[in-house]
Design a protein around this ligand. Sequence first.
Ligand SMILES: [Zn+2]
Ligand SMILES: [Zn+2]
Length: 341
Amino acid sequence: MKQLWFAKKNTLEWREVPEPKLDGPGQAIVRPLAIARCDLDLPIIQGHTLFRPAFPIGHEMTAEIVELSEDIKHLQIGDACVVNFQIVCGSCPACSSHHSPACTTVPFGANYGLGREAAEFGGGLAELVKVPYAEAMLQRVPAGIDPLALASLSDNMTDAYRTVAPYLKAQPGANLLIVGGVAESIACYAILEAQALGAGQITYFDTDKARADFAAQLGATVEYAEKFPQRLGGNFDVTIDCSGSVDGFRMALRSARPYGKAITVSIFFDNSVPIPFIEMYTKGIDLTISRTHAREQTPEVLQLIADKKFDPARVTSRVVDFKDAAEAWVQPGRKLIVRGP
Ligand SMILES: [Zn+2]
Ligand SMILES: [Zn+2]
């Protein structure tokens, strides 16, 4: 079968690989229905991360089940599902205590289409994908929802959700600052999910005019400047850094109110990123840095979509056919979705 690989910097290539096979209990073989490009994929391909080639690419997807191990009770062949991008077993101590990204049954940090382990587990830009823990990793798409619009639910929509949902549950009507940038689609999903969850004012800041204009279209109160200031006035209850920029991250940290929350989805592959320590200490700013808990949060985001409170299709910028994936995947854009094979 065909599988798209990140072969070397700025280069993707289709490779012919063996079809995956069921070889034990609890498994599924799925055919991707739609594959979305994560905000991290372009930086990976451009060589800006520590993910080194070569491995299969694509980790956000919806898929149709084509084969199932006999012991599986809660899924059926033909079901359309959201596929968890993190490989998780669902039953180890980490999975049982709501920290599935630390699943101890698989190598730490194993994902589809992302990093060394993807050579074993595969990627979404393929004709077939094996799901080793089907009941833990597949979430059925409710009737009436287009699987194409859900492709990014595997990762970026849940990553956005973790930046807003816990804080809006604790403080309904909280005022948010979302700092846009490299994590472009995550920032947009965060705006829409925050609206769905009853945020107060949602302020969006960016140093890119086109991204700022789009955030305004989504309903955020937009501030734009060519450079990041030290801080934004606004006494924000929660600040969410999606900038991928140290200056953006530091501005977000400084813009939270005393005893406010700061969350970042930026990934700095440098352990020496400076934080405004004494300002955060005196103000008591609570900073959260984490990978997303995709398995734990997917059902909640899916419910928002099913209830028509959140329409992820508003963020999609381009849809292409499977045969055009290699060319399209390297073109910049907010949210690319590839139709399945
Ligand atoms: Zn991702
Ligand atoms: Zn586990």
